[in-house]
Write a protein that binds this ligand. Structure first.
Ligand code: PLP
Length: 344
């Protein structure tokens, strides 16, 4: 290539990249706090950028951490969208005035449980997926140690699981708050806390994120993890020696949710994301990235690998009560005092 040809090739390249960045810039920006697995967060961000030209800045955080951050930033919001993670903290955030009301034209296509999140939050949060709480266990390690796989909450209290159960801290993790609220609803508050006290010596670590126990179980660092079981299915499909179960006594579930932050600086783009995230095409990105929740749009395909909620003994989880600010704060304080503070 001659010097001139090289120069014009470079100029053409520069011109086209300038055009792309100007085009994207014209569509503006969007900041998303994402509550699910990193891979799914990133895939959503890339697909949305491609579909709209909007530049997405994304941070992955656990649900309780996002609530704390959105609250701390309330006078000068940094994020526009809170996408993913269990809905209870979003109900609390709605009550605290941290989220904006918005009704998407796609609301009519959603399952009743997703619309119920919308109604309970007075239009400030909406369901994007659902998933059940349960156990992940390492099949190789159990076999090696001749221990039967746990099937019930009561099994986790057996001597063979001492120091072998991992769960998250409900202050930071939405998964672990679902677990705390589930035990209280399933057994009653006193018996639920008494169960958690007995479980405490069995727990080797209260992790910050709800997915961490799934990763640790997959690697044999703990025998059992308390998780949303779709996170366990991902590990199994990734080839780790694990399996999942839902407790025989019954279990809770999450309505993974989405909201627009009150005072969002990029409100139009936030609404664009919100509408798009409720479409079957956007919801299919979950399964394509090994996330196996049940999507909220009735027209979205349910990944074949997704645990079927109808096959699980689910409690009638009271999202209204356990998502209120007072109840969440009260239960978390009691957990800090009665469970976390007690020594093994
Ligand atoms: N990851 C996935 C795939 C989830 O579905 C959820 C819950 O909605 C979470 C993570 C929750 O994360 P955490 O418990 O850290 O808030």
């Amino acid at each position: 290539m001659s010097g001139l040809a090289k120069l014009s090739a470079v100029a053409a390249l520069l011109g086209s990249s300038l055009f792309v960045s100007t085009g994207a810039h014209a569509q503006g920006a969007l900041t998303v706090y994402c509550g699910v697995q990193e891979e799914w967060c990133q895939a959503m961000s890339v697909a949305f950028q491609r579909a709209t030209g909007v530049q997405v800045a994304l941070t992955r955080k656990s649900a309780g951490e996002t609530l704390a951050q959105v609250r701390a930033e309330a006078s000068n919001p940094k994020a526009d969208i809170w996408w993913g993670g269990p809905g209870d903290p979003q109900l609390q955030a709605s009550e605290e005035g941290l989220l904006a009301a918005y009704e998407s034209p796609n609301l009519k296509d959603l399952h009743p449980w997703a619309v119920s999140q919308f109604k309970q939050s007075k239009g400030r949060s909406v369901g994007i997926y659902a998933g059940a709480l349960g156990f992940i266990y390492n099949t190789d390690e159990l076999k090696k140690r001749k221990i039967a796989a746990p099937k019930c909450w009561s099994d986790l209290l057996k001597p063979e699981f001492k120091g072998e159960v991992q769960t998250a801290n409900p202050n930071s993790s939405g998964t672990a708050y679902t677990s705390l609220a589930t035990l209280v609803q399933l057994f009653g508050e006193e018996d639920g806390f008494s169960y958690m006290k007995k479980l405490h010596p069995q727990v080797n670590q209260y992790t910050k994120s709800g997915i961490a126990p799934a990763n640790a179980t997959a690697r044999g660092e703990t025998l059992v993890g308390l998780i949303f079981i779709h996170d366990g299915v991902t590990q199994k499909i990734n080839g780790f020696p694990v399996d999942v179960a839902t407790p025989c006594e019954g279990t809770g579930y999450e309505i993974g949710s989405m909201a627009i932050i009150n005072g969002a600086k990029n409100l139009d783009n936030a609404k664009k994301w919100y509408d798009w995230a409720l479409t079957p095409d956007a919801q299919a990105i979950a399964g394509q990235n090994k996330s196996y929740q049940v999507p909220s749009n009735k027209k979205s395909p349910i990944p074949a690998e997704a645990p079927r909620l109808a096959d699980i003994r689910l409690i009638d989880y009271n999202f209204q009560k356990y998502g209120t600010a007072d109840e969440r704060k009260r239960l978390l304080t009691r957990w800090d005092n009665d469970i976390r503070a007690s020594s093994n």
